[in-house]
Design a protein around this ligand. Structure first.
Ligand SMILES: [Zn+2]
Length: 381
């Protein structure tokens, strides 16, 4: 059994490389020590909202600004049978899901809350990220019949129950929280996605009931020209950030963190909590979002910065020095990755040379869809 001992500025992290978990202390003679002083280690990030099978679509809208998501959805549905949507919809589901997983992994995300059915490819042991399995969901008041919403909420029992809500700036969006409340589906397992149209009174009541919010600022700004008010939510810690899919978002969770920071509503330390500790609680996960002993060894590494929170909230995926999932290096800077056991291949990510786990490269090669910004077979360049 090989154990990895990562020497960091704050002490050492020991990882059982085979089981993929953090250990209390090194117990094996087969240790590989890796010097990570000069770097900062963070837990793998948790993305609280994505539609994993929709990340191969182009960012789409047919108007500058929509008053609510219902009108955007109507617009989109009129184009689904024409190019490029028709072709993209018929791509193999496994490849569509894989691109969603890969997008997340490359940005340092190791856990994702998927909003849609839990497709079989998302349950595979070799899927690039861990997808939350215990959840119930409804799409929204505009796409889901109310009886179905109530049924789904009650079926959730103690699991999280997620719904797009108040995604707009007009009266229709502003009325949605009241409607959901009347349906009896605002409780401590309710996770509202977006909440742009929530009034202060709605937010107050939602918080009193123990409901949670997922904030997707780049999608909101793109579609609606406005995002949710964060002050009350940020104080409670009952809010997490979700990237949403590329159909509407800037891109990945790091893009979303930068968009969130740019709104000026929340400080960097709270934003980091919104992609680590807060979503672990909100999504009722047993682990994730921390570097604790016994937990899955999911971590990311950035070059050292005297303000680590600021560094993470301004990072792009190519800036990540390392992404590790379950104790295995997935991608990182060549000088660092070479010190780890495993087989790697050269790739280029957003113009920067990286080493990527061979198994992952092979899966990328088999995929019929292309991940933007990722080039394989970089050895000849
Ligand atoms: Zn969504």
């Amino acid at each position: 059994m090989t154990q990895l001992v990562l020497l960091t500025n704050d002490g050492s992290l020991v990882i059982d490389n085979r089981r993929g978990v953090f250990l209390q202390a090194a117990t094996s003679h087969h240790q590989i020590s890796i010097d990570l002083t000069g770097y900062t280690v963070y837990p793998g990030l948790i993305n609280a909202h994505d539609h994993l099978e929709l990340n191969h679509f182009p960012r789409t809208k047919f108007r500058d600004v929509y008053p609510n998501a219902r009108e955007w959805s109507d617009d989109v549905s009129q184009h689904l049978n024409s190019s490029p949507y028709l072709e993209l919809r018929t791509a193999p589901l496994a490849d569509r899901c894989f691109i969603g997983g890969l997008k997340n992994l490359l940005s340092g995300v190791t856990t994702v809350a998927h909003h849609n059915p839990l497709h079989p490819p998302l349950k595979r042991w070799d899927f690039p990220v861990w997808v939350v399995k215990k959840y119930k969901w409804s799409h929204s008041l505009y796409l889901t019949p109310v009886e179905e919403i109530q049924w789904s909420y009650h079926k959730a029992r103690r699991q999280v129950w997620m719904i797009h809500a108040a995604e707009g700036t007009d009266e229709i969006a502003a009325g949605e929280f009241g409607e959901l409340n009347q349906l009896g589906v605002i409780g401590s397992n309710t996770v509202l996605i977006h909440g742009v149209g929530l009034t202060d009174a709605d937010t107050q009541l939602a918080i009193e009931r123990g409901a949670r919010l997922v904030w997707c600022p780049s999608t909101n700004l793109y579609l609606l020209g406005k995002t949710a008010a964060m002050q009350q939510w940020a104080q409670t810690g009952r809010v997490a950030i979700g990237s949403d899919s590329r159909l509407t978002a800037d891109g990945d969770l790091l893009d979303e963190l930068r968009a969130a920071y740019a709104t000026g509503q929340v400080d960097a330390a709270t934003l980091v909590a919104m992609v680590t500790e807060y979503p672990r609680q909100i999504l009722k996960l047993k682990e994730g979002g921390s570097l604790k002993k016994g937990q899955s060894a999911d971590l990311i590494v950035l070059p050292y910065h005297d303000n680590p929170d600021k560094a993470l909230t301004s990072a792009r995926r190519a800036d990540l020095s390392l992404v590790m999932r379950r104790g295995q290096v997935m991608i990182g800077d060549p000088e660092l990755v070479r010190q780890f056991p495993g087989q790697f291949e050269r790739v280029i990510l957003d113009g920067r040379g990286k080493l990527m786990a061979k198994k992952l490269v092979e899966r990328v090669r088999r995929c019929t869809l292309h991940e933007p910004g990722l080039q394989l077979d970089a050895s000849s360049s």
